[in-house]
Design a protein around this ligand. Structure first.
Ligand SMILES: [Zn+2]
Length: 497
């Protein structure tokens, strides 16, 4: 991720060359991208997916993956063909039971041409049969498939799906999932939601996971390896499933001392954000050499390195906060990333305050004071950072600072009403930064355009008067570093490779 995506026009030209039946002049190819200016070819046009049924077999020793994905969707325009985003080798595609023509195109497009064009509003069932070695596939020169000594992991942002299932790969098109993967006996499979069942036959064990709430493609995760799985229920009644690689070595204790607190922290966050939106919670720590964590829905991905300096509840709070801010309420476009990272970071500030390691105000003052006006930090606008800076530290720190400024502007009552009301208003949907501003104005009864512009969109350090108005950095002396800062700062590479 964070690579600049070149946008050659060859793909669009190739799509236009596809034959369109004369009798179906209004039927056109679906667009190769969903329309996100940050990533022109991510997602696709012309249909909306409601469910993915991903049924696979995986061999850890050779990284061979094979199986079928069945996609339930509805067309949103008259289609002569449509694209899926995918990298593995496809052997057959069927649309509503009939074999369809297909071809690979561009960096990660699979162009599917059904025998008969599809009218707008048609329910379609697309079956894709495929196989391959994911670690040998790349797009734009990178791969996010992580092999481990005992298996593999798919967990990355904004792209992870291409290496294991075909999809409409953009948060705008969320769907429910059944993920069923067969692996050699003695190996475990971790995915989202609830483990419905396992069954063993002829040396293979099949693991059947289900997420029955809408889920974005990048939040769908798969981990294969030797795991120790723990289960429980939070005091508030949320079922918790966690998993730890059996090879975490020195990090094992600190990982468990952090992730085993998932239930407690879900309940604590519920006080701020309202009822937990999903039917299960948890996290997993595979044996990867990565350094980041990711808010994969209901089952957070943590790198072992997150726990190298000891237990880290701050990162757990960050990723669990995303279950409301990012997973249940997802971005409309990737430019809205502040709705994910600003709020997950602010949740860490609230946790710091709760733990007596620095108040949210002290953290805000520290962020404001510790970056002088000529620091490039201030040139990144969290409200629209651009694809190169989508996960820049400013999106996190200035993003959380903006929320403290909002809190000081509208007061605690309105601010915490907004924090709790927003996930309910847009539950399981998508929203933009502009939608959030309107909502905060509606709840607080105050015009907030100037405040949002100052703290989220101007590529400069907000001037002292604005900071004073927002009660940030009111002291003449430079704010001291709060105790929680180093852990919060370490969460900034949650999404870095
Ligand atoms: Zn995050």
């Amino acid at each position: 991720m964070h690579r600049r995506i070149l946008a050659p026009c060859a793909l669009a030209a190739a799509s236009l060359l596809l034959a369109i039946p004369a009798s179906a002049a209004s039927f056109a190819p679906g667009a190769p991208g969903i329309g996100d200016p940050y990533y022109p070819y991510y997602g696709n046009g012309g249909y909306d997916v409601s469910h993915y049924d991903v049924r696979l077999q995986y061999r850890p020793a050779t990284d061979e993956l094979e199986g079928t994905t069945t996609i339930l969707a509805k067309t949103t325009q008259d289609l002569s063909s449509f694209d899926l985003d995918f990298l593995l080798d496809v052997s057959e595609v069927r649309v509503n039971g009939t074999k369809a023509a297909f071809t690979a195109s561009g960096e990660h497009e699979l162009v599917v041409t059904p025998k008969k064009p599809l009218a707008e509003g048609t329910s379609i069932t697309v079956v894709v049969r495929y196989g391959g070695v994911p670690s040998t596939k790349s797009a734009y020169g990178f791969s996010t498939w992580h092999r481990t000594p005992d298996g593999a992991v798919a967990a990355d942002e904004p792209e992870a799906a291409w290496w294991w299932y075909p999809s409409n790969d953009h948060p705008l098109d969320k769907a429910t999932y059944d993920v069923s993967v067969a692996v050699p006996d003695g190996i475990q499979v971790i995915s989202n939601g609830t483990l419905q069942s396992t069954s063993s036959q002829l040396g293979w064990t099949r693991w059947n996971w289900r997420e029955n709430k809408p889920q974005a493609t990048y939040l769908t995760t798969l981990a294969v390896g030797r795991f120790d799985i723990t289960t429980g229920t939070s005091e508030g009644g949320i079922p918790v499933v966690n998993a730890y690689s059996k090879d975490l070595g020195e990090n094992d204790g600190a990982a468990r001392a952090s992730v085993e607190r998932t239930g407690e922290l879900v309940d604590w966050l519920s006080e701020y954000f309202g009822p937990y939106p999903f039917g299960s919670a948890g996290g997993y720590v595979p044996d990867t050499t990565t350094g980041y964590a990711l808010e994969t829905q209901t089952r957070v991905f943590y790198s072992p390195r997150q726990f190298a300096r000891g237990s880290n509840t701050s990162v757990v709070v960050h990723e669990l906060a995303h279950q409301w801010y990012g997973d249940s309420v997802s971005v409309k476009g990737w430019k809205d990333i502040w709705l994910n990272e600003g709020f997950a970071s602010y949740a860490q500030w609230l946790w710091s305050e709760h733990e007596g390691e620095g108040t949210a105000q002290e953290l805000a003052d520290y962020v404001y004071d510790s970056h002088p006006a000529d620091d490039p930090f201030w040139t990144v606008a969290p409200g629209d950072p651009g694809p190169d800076n989508q996960f820049d530290a400013a999106v996190y720190d200035r993003g959380a600072l903006a929320l403290q400024a909002l809190r000081n502007e509208i007061g605690d009552d309105a601010f915490f009403a907004v924090l709790k009301g927003w996930p309910k208003k847009h539950a399981y949907g998508n929203a933009s930064v502009a939608d959030f501003q309107r909502y905060a104005e509606q709840v607080s009864g105050k015009p907030l355009a100037a405040l949002f512009d100052t703290w989220l969109f101007e590529p400069v350090k907000p001037a002292a008067p604005a900071a004073r108005t927002a009660s940030v950095a009111k002291a003449a002396t430079v704010a001291a570093q709060p105790k929680s800062w180093k852990k919060i700062e370490a969460t900034h590479d949650v999404h870095q490779h």
